[in-house]
Design a protein around this ligand. Structure first.
Ligand SMILES: NC(=O)c1ccc[n+]([C@@H]2O[C@H](COP(=O)([O-])OP(=O)(O)OC[C@H]3O[C@@H](n4cnc5c(N)ncnc54)[C@H](OP(=O)(O)O)[C@@H]3O)[C@@H](O)[C@H]2O)c1
Length: 255
């Protein structure tokens, strides 16, 4: 069995969108590395199950229901993190949605609102309230889940791609303002990752696998592969990394 380095020992980590996919795997990975984890999402039963599994592994986590589309819910989530574990060292702003993939001329105002509310305003509110708490305690690190769609275009995903470009803008700007005050801010840009998100955008499992197989990397990544990237950015090994957008896409976007 591989020995896990406790690179996050003593740290407190908040993960949004922890009920599924990349967020779920990351909450587990951060706990494995020694962090106390607040696992948050809207679906109570999924985060309760995750927290029970983390507990069975002898690790520490607490489930907190929150909706990043509601500012008060985000404020309460940050406050609950601090009241539970005393501080907030790491925040992984991962909650997001694909909204609806359609040709550009068919993208609706409803899809715009769905995507931008969660992916941009939800990340903005999360960053704002986490950063305030981190500044008050003297430091911390924020990692936003953007996408390779934050650096390249993607057919039928105009609004989603625009939302992820916006996440990189928030990341770069916040880093410029906050690094000198001890808060590092980065984004990750995953490629095709095999999560329920991909299940929703393809008409069948066969179509999903065929697309991944025909893509530049020849396969989808796993949520666990992304979780390890987040764990690196969250650790002190990344102490001079800020404002960065780390592609983890098997080379998809550089071809
Ligand atoms: N899978 C990919 O290929 C891929 C590639 C690049 C980037 N990403 C990004 O990765 C992130 C996670 O996606 P995933 O692939 O892991 O998909 P997923 O399994 O569908 O997870 C999405 C998560 O976001 C949460 N969420 C959505 N809206 C929310 C809201 N308003 N408030 C709180 N939580 C909310 C969901 O939880 P609840 O429904 O329980 O609230 C769920 O935990 C997203 O930001 C996505 O854009 C995914």
């Amino acid at each position: 069995m591989t020995k896990i380095l406790k690179t996050l020992d003593g740290k407190v980590a908040l993960v949004t969108g922890a009920s599924s996919g990349i967020g779920r795997a990351t909450a587990f990975e951060l706990a494995r590395r020694g962090a106390k984890v607040i696992a948050s999402a809207r679906r109570r039963s999924e985060i309760d199950t995750l927290v029970a599994e983390i507990g069975e592994a002898g690790l520490e986590a607490t489930a907190v229901v929150a909706d990043v589309n509601v500012e008060q819910s985000v404020i309460d989530l940050v406050a609950k993190t601090i009241s539970t574990y005393g501080r907030i060292d790491i925040a992984f702003n991962n909650a997001g949605t694909e909204g609806g993939f359609t040709p550009f001329v068919d993208q609706s105002n409803e899809v715009y609102d769905t995507i931008f509310n969660a992916n941009v305003r939800g990340v903005f509110w999360s960053m704002k309230h986490e950063a305030k708490a981190m500044l008050a305690q003297g430091g911390g690190t924020i990692i936003n889940n953007a996408s390779m769609g934050g650096v390249i275009g993607f057919g039928n995903a105009g609004l989603y791609v625009a939302s992820k470009h916006a996440v990189l803008g928030l990341t770069k700007t916040a880093s410029i303002e906050l690094f000198k005050q001890g808060v590092r801010v980065n984004s990750i840009c995953p490629g095709i990752i095999d999560t329920p998100f991909q299940d929703r955008i393809w008409p069948s499992t066969e179509a999903k696998h065929a697309f991944a197989a025909s893509s530049v990397p020849g396969r989808a990544g796993s949520p666990e592969e992304i979780a390890k990237v987040v764990a690196f950015l969250a650790s002190d090994d990344a102490s001079f990394v800020s404002g960065h957008s780390l592609l983890a896409d098997g080379g998809y976007s550089v071809a």
